[in-house]
Write a protein that binds this ligand. Sequence first.
Ligand code: ZN
Length: 78
Amino acid sequence: MTKPQVKCPTCQKKKVWSSDNPFRPFCSERCKLIDLGAWANEEYQIPEAKSASDYSSGENEEHVDRDGPIPQDPETMH
Ligand SMILES: [Zn+2]
């Protein structure tokens, strides 16, 4: 019987799956923390992106305007 192997999402190392491993599917606590850190980093990138779009907020509003009120045919309005 072969033991199931899992690939650690962080370091891509193949590890024998063990239900004793509290860090699965990661191979170690370190890899788990790295993955959690990656998620936190992504969260940190959101405010950065906001400030980037803030730089061209006028352009953004224009986009919303164009997407929002779609000119209707006067005939269908009746
Ligand atoms: Zn790992």
